[in-house]
Design a protein around this ligand. Structure first.
Ligand code: SF4
Ligand code: SF4
Ligand code: SF4
Length: 222
């Protein structure tokens, strides 16, 4: 089914030129796991204590081993992934929504039309990143909208601007992802082939070493 694109708000500035696919990049080597990005989004979008649009995933692994001389050594590590909706090129959430409530706008943002959403949650079940969240308060799905109103005004998303480490970046995805070290998956994240996320990660050393031998530590928070 072909669906109309959602309109954008007027006044797109030079850094918010529409008709491109916009996306995020994340320099994992800079992230301290402080969750300022998550809190800034929660505050800007007035989410209260409901589901967050951006969450910081904490991964850790490794163990202590006693060497031949009886001394204890460890290879313990930890790293973070700050994740929102990835405004995928192949958004399975959109494909599975029977109410035509999800559409891609001119920035490539995948947005939910609250007036059409019936709250069936099929999109939430289909998204491998668990980005669409059911809000008890509104009785429909809510998720990251890319801060499209700010982007249309030539500003950056609030999460990106709030990061004290400048670990998050935002822009035309082909430009920000064009770096030999960028990957679209670390640790136990889903295979990017499924949805083609517009989210590029510059991985830290620990994430490169850990591969899949790592456990998500804060599942209850995300
Ligand atoms: S991350 Fe999930 S909700 Fe966001 S566009 Fe991709 S499939 Fe849809
Ligand atoms: S782009 Fe906006 S809505 Fe999306 S996670 Fe960042 S602050 Fe939240
Ligand atoms: S605000 Fe920046 S440093 Fe803090 S958790 Fe988010 S991405 Fe990491």
């Amino acid at each position: 089914m072909t669906r109309a694109k959602m309109p954008i708000v007027s006044g797109a500035g030079s850094s918010g030129d529409p008709h491109h696919q916009f996306g995020f990049s994340f320099d994992q080597r800079r992230c301290t796991g402080c969750k300022t990005c998550e809190m800034a989004c929660r505050d800007y979008h007035d989410l209260g204590t409901g589901p967050a649009f951006r969450t910081v995933h904490e991964y850790a692994g490794g163990t202590w081993i006693q060497n031949d001389e009886g001394a204890w050594e460890h290879d313990v590590f930890a790293f973070y992934v700050s994740m929102s909706c990835n405004h995928c090129t192949n958004p399975v959430c959109l494909r599975f929504c029977a109410s035509d409530a999800i559409a891609k706008d001119d920035f490539g943002f995948v947005r939910v039309d609250a007036a059409r959403c019936t709250g069936c949650q099929v999109c939430a079940l289909s998204c491998p990143y668990h980005a669409p969240r059911f809000s008890e308060a509104s009785a429909h799905i809510e998720k990251c909208d890319g801060c499209f109103d700010r982007v249309a005004a030539g500003l950056g998303p609030i999460c990106v601007e709030a990061c004290p480490q400048r670990a998050l970046d935002f822009g035309i995805y082909d430009d920000i992802a064009d770096h030999p070290l960028m990957v679209e998956r670390v640790a136990t994240m889903p295979d990017p082939v499924i949805t083609q996320p517009n989210y590029a990660i510059e991985p830290c050393e620990a994430a490169l070493r850990a591969a899949d031998a790592v456990a998500l530590q804060n599942l209850g928070e995300i």
